[in-house]
Design a protein around this ligand. Structure first.
Ligand code: PHE
Length: 340
């Protein structure tokens, strides 16, 4: 009997359960009702009393060893299965994936395009590197107009006739040259001006130009179109006001203010306590411009307007420093993740 117990002891010692099924097999084999220990105790009872002392000790040793082995393997599995449960707990929050988001300027640009598409405006684009004629001459700028000045415009040194466009109005010229009225288009794009970079100015920014050319287009049409835009873009209570202004390519010309979208017109820092903020330039297309683009100014008239997308975004999201738009600071951009 002693040799059998010794063999079992050695087997218990080297047992390493690979899974819970193995562990249960071990328990049944040694500690179960009909297991080896019970059988051995049965046999032990029948031993002659002189053999009982040594066999009894060994049997107890085996019993302790088997129990200890079982508990230690069991706790090992329990520890493992708890961590497995942690990983697959369906009630835990999902770790958030690092999704990208649209740039606030793109969001606002898309919104502007959508608002105008609802009233039949198509989208047109043109080159950023443009010739003097499309940026200035065709648009009725006199040869000595200050906008042509080297201070404002980035010219190409080797080719003084070529420049980075200073406004998207160059695209309306291209459109009028290439298509016949009725024309109803909106023209988004990047423009460049030689300005020192600050919170309020940048050497590049974005504009959206609008153009409508047809028979008997009036200033009332322009005003109504812009009122519709202001209400759609900001809120139905938004009011507009037009102030006389000057652009070489429109006559009459105006600048449009909207009631401040931040304070609702009561007066705040954004509107410099006036309740109004300027958002765009507009006017009736100058007959000279129509003629420059081979459109009969006796038959057709039209309006044009142009706005800075940065300005609209500032008002919409109260962004105070426009440098933020081009710095790609992820902390700034992330704030727009849930917009639209
Ligand atoms: N091009 C003008 C600017 O850049 C804006 C404008 C466009 C004004 C169309 C009138 C008509 O400031």
């Amino acid at each position: 009997m002693e040799t059998i117990i010794k063999q079992h002891l050695a087997e218990v010692e080297k047992t390493a359960a690979l899974n819970e099924h193995d562990l249960e097999q071990f328990r049944i084999k040694y500690l179960g009702k009909n297991g080896i220990l019970n059988q051995l105790f049965e046999e032990f009872r029948a031993l002659p009393s002189d053999q009982k002392r040594v066999a009894g000790q060994m049997l107890n040793q085996l019993k302790i060893a088997a129990n200890e082995k079982y508990t230690s393997l069991k706790s090992e599995f329990e520890a493992k299965s708890t961590s497995a449960t942690d990983n697959s707990d369906l009630s835990l929050n999902v770790s958030s994936a690092n999704y990208g988001a649209r740039h606030p300027m793109s969001l606002v640009r898309n919104e502007i395009l959508q608002i105008f598409s609802h009233i039949g405006f198509t989208v047109e684009e043109g080159p950023e590197i443009e010739d003097d004629w499309h940026i200035f001459s065709a648009l009725n700028f006199q040869a000595d107009h200050p906008a042509r000045d080297m201070q404002d415009t980035f010219f190409i040194e080797q080719q003084p006739d070529i420049a980075l466009r200073t406004h998207t109005s160059s695209v309306q010229v291209r459109l009028m040259q290439n298509q016949k009225p009725p024309l109803r288009a909106i023209m988004p794009g990047r423009v460049y001006r030689n300005e020192a970079i600050s919170a309020r100015a940048h050497c590049f920014f974005h504009q959206v130009e609008g153009l409508y050319i047809y028979k008997k287009v009036s200033f009332a049409d322009l005003k109504q179109t812009l009122l519709y835009f202001a209400k759609e873009m900001f809120s139905v209570d938004t009011r507009i006001r037009l102030r006389p202004s000057y652009f070489p390519f429109t006559e009459p010309s105006a600048e449009m203010d909207i009631s401040c979208s931040i304070c609702g017109g009561k007066g705040c820092n954004m509107c410099k306590k006036t309740g109004w903020v300027e958002i765009l330039g507009c006017g009736m297309v100058d007959p000279n411009v129509l003629e420059n683009c081979s459109i009969d100014s006796n038959e057709y008239s039209g309006f044009a307007f142009g706005m800075g997308i940065e300005r609209i975004t500032n008002l919409k999201y109260a962004v105070k420093d426009l440098r933020l738009f081009s710095e790609n600071d992820i902390r700034f951009l992330k704030q727009f993740q849930n917009v639209i």
